[in-house]
Ligand binder design. Structure first.
Ligand SMILES: [Zn+2]
Length: 151
């Protein structure tokens, strides 16, 4: 869909930030927001406007993503919990929504990776997706993605 921001983003994902993909979904590390180490977006590869439009097959392939992501991130960074959010408020404000999920690992202790300390300053309260954005250097984002992928 021409005026859909998520469709546009899906056409030029940086392969070094892609953690995993299957026929319906792609998981991309958020280099512009690592306030929560490993924070990523799971985007539907098809223009599906609402969660209610998701077919059984889409739920199945989405479940594959959630399991892959939690297993991999748990293996490397051992978060205490995960938050899964489907917000789409900005899309709704302009009348074009496209299903994507924010995957936010939550930590009950500081985690050091590549000499950088990541603290979940909101734990165990709800995460703030916008106000506390923490961008990281591209090289660090690539290293985080590589660590989660395992290659
Ligand atoms: Zn779209």
């Amino acid at each position: 869909m021409g005026d859909c921001e998520v469709c546009a983003l899906n056409t030029h994902n940086d392969p070094r930030l892609i953690l995993f993909e299957n026929i319906d979904w792609v998981i991309v590390l958020r280099e512009d927001d690592q306030q929560y180490l490993g924070k990523s977006v799971v985007s539907c590869k098809h223009h599906i406007p609402h969660v209610a439009d998701m077919t059984d097959e889409l739920w199945q392939t989405f479940a594959e993503c959630t399991k892959w992501y939690e297993r991999r991130v748990s293996n490397v960074f051992e978060p205490a919990n995960y938050n899964w959010q489907c917000l789409m408020n900005l899309g709704a404000a302009v009348g074009v929504t496209h299903v994507h999920w924010h995957a936010t690992p939550r930590y009950d202790r500081p985690v050091t990776f590549e000499e950088t300390v990541f603290r979940d300053q909101r734990w165990p309260k709800s995460a703030r997706p916008m106000e506390d954005h923490r961008a990281v250097e591209r090289s660090l984002a690539y290293a985080i993605a590589k660590k989660i992928r395992g290659s």
